[in-house]
Design a protein around this ligand. Structure first.
Ligand SMILES: [Cu+2]
Length: 279
């Protein structure tokens, strides 16, 4: 009898809840605006498009998030326990239809806007003069195969796949073209040149991921999946596998070395020369 009376009407719990809620909203906003934990800078024009799309999505959803949380805080404070009787409310159909429609329009709109950047990487054909490199995932490493001096990829024979004899991709020893296909554990690419990567896998699903490219694409056994991009900054970037592909998944990574066209030509020539001399 006593406690019922003395606890009603106290604003303290509601005020405390509101303060905690607003502090959470404030710190969330701060870390996003200050970019405390953010992506490394993008190194492709498509990456810039994706970042822009990401920014628009973040601003829109951020506004909704803040409005919703502030409204929640206000409701908690305004309708705190005054000792009043609780009222049953059925909700408001018109309001629900309105906000569901707005959400639908925003999300479908964002999807349509993003389709171009996605299509450029995945569906557009390679630009003329594109450098084609074959990327193969295998538990637990990446192999990158380059064409020979004539720009051709030689035959692959599944039964010849044997990493222990230095043939992890199964290049056909009887095919002169395959003999001149350099295979590297790291990916070397020239800057400012269209690139086409052909993704393959020899065992399970792996995923080719480079943060700076803003590209993450699965490599699926039995499929050859092309992706396209052009890099505009030289440097060294990490390639990781982004699908949990087995016990050694955590150390499945390689490096992407982006170099000038001249440096790349030199690197490629060196690879061909050592293949020709049989080393
Ligand atoms: Cu993997």
């Amino acid at each position: 009898m006593l406690s019922r009376k003395s606890s009603t009407g106290s604003a303290a719990p509601a005020v405390l809840f509101v303060i905690v809620l607003l502090l959470l909203v404030g710190s969330t906003l701060y870390f996003h605006i200050a970019k405390t934990w953010w992506f490394p800078p993008s190194i492709t024009p498509v990456g810039n498009q994706i970042d822009q799309q990401f920014f628009i999505t973040f601003v829109l959803t951020g506004i909704v998030f803040v409005l919703a949380q502030v409204a929640l805080a206000w409701m908690i404070f305004r309708y705190r326990d005054h000792g009043q009787k609780a009222k049953f409310v059925r909700g408001n159909h018109a309001l629900e239809v309105i906000w569901t429609t707005i959400t639908l329009v925003i999300f479908v709109g964002l999807g349509i806007m993003a389709a171009r950047a996605w299509g450029e990487v995945h569906f557009g054909g390679p630009a003329p003069g594109a450098l084609e490199v074959e990327v193969t995932g295998v538990q637990f490493q990446w192999n990158f195969r380059y064409p020979g001096p004539d720009g051709k990829f030689g035959r692959i024979v599944t039964k010849d796949i044997d990493a222990s004899v230095g043939n992890p991709l199964g290049l056909d020893p009887n095919d002169p073209e395959a003999k001149l296909n350099p295979v590297s554990p790291d990916l070397y690419l020239p800057v400012n040149r269209p690139i086409e990567l052909m993704l393959r896998s020899q065992d399970v699903i792996h995923s080719f991921f480079v943060r700076e490219l803003r590209i993450k694409q699965d490599a699926v056994p039995g499929l050859v999946i092309p992706i396209h991009f052009e890099i505009d900054k030289t440097g060294d970037y990490e390639i990781t596998c982004n699908q949990l592909c087995g016990l050694g998944h955590y150390h499945m990574h390689a490096m992407l070395h982006v170099m000038s066209q001249a440096d790349f030509d030199q690197w490629e020539k060196k690879q061909w020369a050592s293949l020709e001399s049989g080393q």
